[in-house]
Design a binder for this molecule. Structure first.
Ligand code: CUA
Length: 174
């Protein structure tokens, strides 16, 4: 079979793009540790406010040295709207919604989750530097969607705690 020169060239170009894309996918998964956040657990969406850990949203230290941030999305706010976490420590974000589908996207990071009624979303992230990050809902959720935002304030390791105790956001270490 004779293959035209141009056809060969386009086949080669197509194959190169395919291999490059597959390589990028493998690199993102294993090199950059980017994964799709899946459903971590189920929850009764009617009983979010009384189901641990969502009965005490906020930031708390975990026994293994990591820090847990429990966040509830609802039309049209995040609770807590201000999340203070330490830099250099792995933060375990655990979030859900009490009503419709919301998004959970922390600007400038790979943290990008959907909050689906009845589902607990979980993802981890380590902020290398102190700073302030915008938390936005990036799933259209109704009239107030564009106003649904929060702040993640990353403080030097060791600085988190007192203020969160003051706002009642730190529960027991568990
Ligand atoms: Cu919540 Cu958009």
């Amino acid at each position: 079979m004779k293959i035209h020169t141009w056809e060969k060239a386009f086949l080669a170009a197509g194959a190169t793009v395919l291999v490059a894309c597959a390589g990028a996918l493998v690199y993102a998964t294993f090199g950059m540790d980017i994964h799709l956040p899946g459903a971590h657990a189920r929850i009764d969406p009617q009983a979010v406010m009384t189901t641990p850990p969502f009965d005490q949203p906020g930031v708390r230290p975990l026994a293994d040295g990591r820090v847990e941030a429990v966040v509830i999305g609802s039309a049209w706010r995040f609770e807590p709207a201000e999340i203070r976490v330490p830099a250099g420590v792995e933060i375990v974000f655990i979030a859900t919604t009490t009503d419709v589908v919301h998004g959970f996207n922390i600007e400038g990071t790979r943290l990008n989750m959907m909050l689906v009624p009845g589902q607990v979303s979980r993802n981890t992230y380590t902020f290398s530097e102190p700073g302030e990050y915008l938390l936005i809902c990036h799933e259209y959720c109704g009239l107030g969607h564009h106003m649904m935002a929060g702040r993640v304030i990353v403080v030097p390791a060791g600085d988190v705690g007192e203020r969160d105790v003051a706002t009642g956001h730190v529960a027991k270490v568990h």
